[in-house]
Design a protein around this ligand. Structure first.
Ligand SMILES: NC(=O)C1=CN([C@@H]2O[C@H](COP(=O)(O)OP(=O)(O)OC[C@H]3O[C@@H](n4cnc5c(N)ncnc54)[C@H](O)[C@@H]3O)[C@@H](O)[C@H]2O)C=CC1
Ligand SMILES: O=C1[C@@H](O)[C@H](O)[C@@H](O)[C@H](O)[C@H]1O
Length: 341
């Protein structure tokens, strides 16, 4: 391996451009070796000023560009499967943004492909596992001092949703974070889901079912509820309160700045995930680079990505039918026994 890990970044949109900046200027031990985006202008803009980088339109060709030793996938979710399978064929380590693959059949193909290799190559971008507040909550729950967790109450609000955001994406893109966080925090699998939909907000685009109220049941007898509201208009708010037998703990209120002026004080609310989770993304990518340079794969696994897709797909069916829907995952391959829960 070269002194710096050569990374191909596929997709140079919001997340891809931010990860390119991070690889170039924030994390140590890596460099951007290739940038691919079908939108050539976007790729060129994101790669501007970087030395020794190949800029292409074809994401698969980027994997064969000079100096590429690892891949960061930041294309839209439905494009992840092709990129993951192409990386696996070349034996390249991957950090893949969430959702790993939004449809569970495609996610299963990726799971089976990695299991056939017999070794882990991919880490999935559930960055909340690297957030300081989430890690404190996880340590508290694991410590057992508050007793058994009974419920998680979660809030996930975005100022506005991107163009082409669908009602299903509130579940399989936005709530995919809570699905992973709940599995990780509780160490339990989500077994059933119900989605309720109030009259949509007047601030939501025509036809978008926003907000939604999602209720999960777990195999450990806990309940997880999520208010997801992606056009709330006022701020990016992600909260989680764990209610346990002997106490409760809440995260999500810390990321703020209190501004005092002219006789009053007001709290500023982060406007998007790039601000709220900046530290988490930095830690996630640094951890991935360090592990890759050691020849290891750590963090959320392809099994975690698959599990999130199966749960989210049941959630989308629950949204469409209004019925409580059970989650029916494929068996967990031996490769993932005991991995990162
Ligand atoms: N971890 C997190 O908090 C977040 C994760 N994401 C995830 O990051 C991924 C990208 O999302 P955004 O950057 O917000 O989308 P975006 O729409 O801003 O950018 C996507 C880019 O991918 C390009 N693209 C389309 N097809 C491609 C392909 N086959 N190969 C390579 N590039 C392709 C598009 O031209 C566009 O430039 C998604 O999986 C999304 O769910 C997005 C926001 C936050
Ligand atoms: O992953 C993300 C986006 O794709 C999603 O659209 C947002 O709702 C989330 O807050 C953000 O973290």
């Amino acid at each position: 391996m070269a002194d710096l890990l050569g990374v191909a970044v596929l997709g140079a949109g919001h997340m891809g451009a931010d990860h390119i900046r991070r690889l170039d200027r924030v994390v140590s031990g890596a460099r951007v070796a290739a940038v691919a985006d079908p939108d050539a202008d976007r790729a060129a803009e994101a790669a501007a000023g970087l030395d020794g980088v190949t800029v292409l339109k074809d994401p698969v060709a980027a994997l064969d560009a000079p100096g590429v030793e690892a891949v960061l996938i930041a294309s839209p979710g439905p494009d992840h499967e092709e990129a993951l399978l192409a990386a696996f064929r070349r034996g390249l380590p991957v950090l893949c943004e969430k959702p790993m693959v939004p449809d569970s059949t495609g996610a299963l193909r990726v799971l089976e492909a990695e299991a056939r290799l017999g070794r882990r190559l991919a880490q999935i971008g559930f960055m909340r596992r690297y957030d300081t507040e989430y890690r404190r909550l996880k340590a508290l729950l694991d410590g057992g001092g508050l007793g058994r967790p009974l419920m998680l109450h979660c809030t996930h609000r975005n100022v506005s949703s991107p163009a082409r955001f669908t009602s299903a994406m509130l579940v399989d893109s936005s709530v995919s974070h809570e699905i992973d966080a709940a599995r990780w925090l509780l160490g339990q699998e989500l077994t059933a889901v119900t989605v309720l939909r109030p009259t949509p907000s007047g601030g939501a685009p025509e036809g978008l079912l926003d907000p939604q109220f999602v209720l999960f049941e777990t195999d450990g007898g806990a309940l997880v509820d999520v208010e997801v509201f992606v056009n709330c208009g006022f701020g990016y708010q992600v909260r989680c309160e764990a209610v346990c037998e002997r106490g409760s703990a809440r995260i999500g209120d810390e990321h703020t700045m209190v501004v005092t002026t002219a006789g009053s004080a007001r709290e500023e609310v982060a406007q998007d995930y790039l601000v709220r989770f900046a530290d988490a993304y930095d830690r996630e990518v640094q951890t991935w680079v360090d592990a890759t340079r050691r020849g290891e794969v750590t963090g959320p696994s392809v099994w975690d990505g698959y599990a999130a897709s199966v749960v989210a797909e049941a959630g989308v069916r629950a949204l469409e039918t209004g019925a409580r829907t059970t989650v029916e995952p494929a068996p967990r391959p031996d490769l993932y026994a005991g991995v990162s829960r």
